[in-house]
Design a binder for this molecule. Structure first.
Ligand code: FES
Length: 101
C-alpha cells in the first residue's frame, strides 16, 4: 500500500474556504459544516479557480461555466468538464490540519 504524505496547513474559519499551496499546486481547503475537504483549485475545464465557486457537503461548482465535481471522487457531475479534479485526504492531528501532498 502506498504511504500517503501530508503537509500541515492552516485551518480555514468555520464555513469558509482558503487556498493553500502544496508543492507548487493551489489547493482549496474548505470547512463544510465542520468537515474539512481538500481539492485542487484549478478547474479541469478552462482553469478557473474553484475556490470562488459554490461548495456544499458533496460537491463544488465552478463559478465560470457551472461545472460541478464530486468531492469524494473528483469526477465531474454536471457541466462541461470531462476530466476529474484531484481530491486530497485531510487528517487532523490535534490542532494541526494535514493535507495529502
Ligand atoms: S472553467 Fe470551470 S467549468 Fe469552465
Amino acid at each position: 500500500m502506498k504511504k500517503i504524505e501530508f503537509e500541515a496547513v492552516a485551518r480555514p474559519a468555520p464555513g469558509a474556504a482558503s487556498v493553500v499551496t502544496i508543492d507548487g499546486v493551489a489547493v482549496v481547503l474548505a470547512d463544510v459544516g465542520g468537515r474539512l475537504r481538500a481539492f485542487d483549485d484549478t478547474c479541469t475545464h478552462r482553469g478557473c479557480s474553484l475556490a470562488g465557486g459554490t461548495i456544499d457537503a458533496s460537491s463544488v461548482t465552478c463559478p465560470c461555466h457551472r461545472g460541478r465535481f464530486d468531492l469524494s471522487t473528483g469526477v465531474p457531475l454536471d457541466g462541461p468538464p470531462v476530466e476529474p479534479i484531484r481530491v486530497r485526504v485531510v487528517r487532523l492531528d490535534g490542532d494541526r490540519v494535514l493535507v495529502e501532498r
